[in-house]
Write a new protein. Structure first.
Length: 467
C-alpha cells in the first residue's frame, strides 16, 4: 500500500472510531438530577417516608399491628410534625443507604453506625444509641457469673457458625492468647434467640448477642445476665441525606425533647424492660370443684359458636390474660381474650368495652371464627385448630409466610407440627424472613410455636379435670 493509501486507511479508521464513540455517548442517558427533598417539601406533601429493617428491636408486625422501638419513635416524630408516616423495609443495611440515596425514603429510622466515612455522606440525627456485643450467661442462684473476659478462658461459648458473633469470638480468643472453647451451631434451624433460650434453660452455658437483642430477650428470660461486654461500644443513630439539613435539625430538636420527657422512657420500658413472659408451669392449673374460672358459663355459651369445647376457649383466655379482665399486655392487647385495639375496632367493638368479660369473649370468638376461615382447605379439624391458634397469636400474614416457606423447602403447608411450626420459629432469622416468598417480615416465632403448644396442653388438662 502506497503512502496515499495508508493515509486514506488511517482517516477511515479514525472516522469509524469517532462514530463508535459518538454512538456510545448518545446511548448514555443523562441521569436527571434528584430534586432535594427537605422538611419544607415534606410539609407540603404532608407525609414522610422512613426506611428501616425488620428486626425484633426496630420494626415488626405483631397481631396485625406495626410495632418496634424504632417504629414507635419514628411515628412519634411524624406526629410531632403533623406528617403521615410511610414505612418501607430494606433487606439489609446496604439497601438502607441505597434507598435513601435514591430518594425512595426521606430518613433511615435504624441505628446506623457512626464513622468518618458515613459522616461525610450523611447527616446523623435523632436519639443516639450505643451498641456492643455481650456474653449471655445464666444467672440462677448458685451460678457463677463471669465479670471479665479473661474468665472466658476454658469456657465453652456457643454461636452460629460464620456469624459476626463467631468472628468477634475468634478475634477475642487471639487477643487473649487462646483458650476460649468456641462451639459452632451449624444447624440452620437454630436461631440466636434459640441460643439465648438454651442458656436460660441451662442447656448451654454461654452465647453471644448484640446488647439490644440481649436486653429484649431478658424481658422473656429473667434469669440471664447480659452485662459482660466483649466489644467496644459503637455510636449509632438515624441518618438523612446531606441536602436535608432542616429535617435533620427537626429530628434533633424532637430527640432532645423526648429525651427529657416520657416518650423515650416509655419506648425503652416497653421493648427492653417490661416482662413479656409469665411462668405457666403451675399457675392456672388449679381447678376447684371442676371450675376453671369465674367465666366458665360464658366460655360454654360462646364456644358453641366455634363448635369447640369450652375448655379450649378458657385455655386461650388464660394464656392471654391469666383470667384478669383488666390486664393490658406489653403490646397493648386488652381484656380477657387479649384483643389488640385496632383488631377490636375492625370487629365492631370499642377497645374500652373489652374490660367487660362477655364483650371480650364475644370479640375473641369473632376473631377466631374469622381466622379459622383462612384454613377452610385444611380438612383435619385438629390441624385447623392449631393454625387458628397460631393466627390468633401472630396474625395471618406471618402464618401465610411460614406456609410458603414450608412448601418451598418440601414440607406440608397444611400440617403444623414438624412443618409450618418449624418455619414459624425460623421467621426470626433474616435468611428466612427476607426470603422472597415472605411478605410480612420478622416475627419472634418461638413465641407462636410455644403459644400453640401451651394452649393445647392446658386445654387437655382442663378437659381432664372439669365437666
Amino acid at each position: 500500500m502506497n503512502e496515499t493509501g495508508r493515509k486514506r486507511a488511517a482517516l477511515w479508521l479514525m472516522n469509524v472510531l469517532l462514530i463508535i464513540l459518538s454512538a456510545c455517548n448518545l446511548s448514555k442517558k443523562k441521569e436527571p438530577d434528584r430534586i432535594a427533598v427537605d422538611l419544607p417539601q415534606l410539609k407540603e406533601k404532608k407525609e414522610i417516608t422512613a426506611v428501616t429493617l425488620n428486626t425484633s428491636t426496630s420494626y415488626f408486625i405483631y397481631k396485625m399491628q406495626q410495632m418496634g422501638y424504632e417504629y414507635d419513635l419514628m411515628e412519634d416524630f411524624a406526629n410531632s410534625q403533623d406528617l403521615k408516616l410511610n414505612i418501607k423495609i430494606a433487606e439489609n443495611i446496604t439497601r438502607l443507604e441505597d434507598m435513601l440515596q435514591a430518594g425512595e425514603a426521606d430518613i433511615v429510622a435504624y441505628p446506623v453506625q457512626m464513622d468518618n466515612t458515613m459522616k461525610n455522606k450523611y447527616l446523623f440525627c435523632g436519639v443516639e444509641q450505643q451498641n456492643h456485643l455481650v456474653i449471655v450467661q445464666r444467672a440462677n442462684r448458685g451460678d457463677t457469673i463471669l465479670n471479665d473476659v479473661t474468665q472466658l478462658i476454658g469456657k465453652e461459648v456457643w454461636v452460629k457458625k460464620e456469624s459476626r458473633y463467631h468472628e468477634r469470638l475468634k478475634s477475642l480468643n487471639e487477643e487473649l492468647g487462646g483458650g476460649i472453647i468456641i462451639r459452632n451451631i451449624e444447624r440452620d434451624t437454630i436461631t440466636t434467640e434459640d441460643l439465648i433460650e438454651m442458656v436460660s434453660l441451662g442447656e448451654i452455658r454461654y452465647t453471644v448477642s448484640e446488647n439490644n437483642l440481649a436486653r429484649l430477650n431478658r424481658t422473656y428470660y429473667r434469669n440471664i445476665h447480659i452485662n459482660l461486654s466483649i466489644s467496644f461500644p459503637q455510636r449509632a443513630s438515624w441518618i438523612v441525606r446531606k441536602d436535608a439539613p432542616a429535617l435533620a435539625q427537626a429530628v434533633n430538636e424532637w430527640a432532645a425533647n423526648i429525651s427529657k420527657g416520657q416518650t423515650l422512657r416509655a419506648a425503652i420500658k416497653r421493648y427492653f424492660e417490661q416482662s413479656k413472659d409469665e411462668d405457666l408451669s403451675t399457675e392456672g392449673l388449679i381447678i376447684k370443684k371442676g371450675d376453671i374460672s369465674p367465666y366458665d358459663d360464658l366460655f360454654k355459651k360462646y364456644a358453641a359458636e366455634l363448635g369447640w369445647e369450652w375448655q379450649l376457649l378458657a385455655s386461650i383466655a388464660f394464656q392471654e390474660s391469666r383470667f384478669h379482665n383488666h390486664l393490658e399486655s406489653w403490646a397493648g392487647a386488652k381484656g380477657l381474650m387479649g384483643i389488640m385495639p385496632r383488631t377490636a375496632r375492625s370487629m365492631g367493638f370499642s377497645p374500652d368495652s373489652l374490660v367487660h368479660p362477655e364483650t371480650a369473649i364475644k370479640a375473641g370468638v369473632k376473631c377466631l371464627l374469622s381466622f379459622r376461615d383462612y384454613f377452610s382447605n385444611i380438612a383435619d379439624p385438629e390441624e385447623k385448630i392449631k393454625f387458628t391458634l397460631a393466627t390468633y397469636n401472630a396474625g395471618n400474614g406471618h402464618i401465610a409466610d411460614a406456609r410458603k416457606l414450608t412448601s418451598k423447602h418440601g414440607g406440608n403447608p397444611d400440617s403444623w407440627d414438624g412443618n409450618v411450626a418449624e418455619y414459624i420459629r425460623l421467621k426470626s432469622e433474616p435468611e428466612y424472613y427476607n426470603d422472597p416468598v415472605c411478605k410480612h417480615g420478622y416475627l419472634r416465632g418461638t413465641e407462636t410455636f410455644k403459644y400453640v403448644r401451651e394452649v393445647l396442653s392446658r386445654y387437655r388438662f382442663y378437659k381432664s379435670k372439669s365437666d
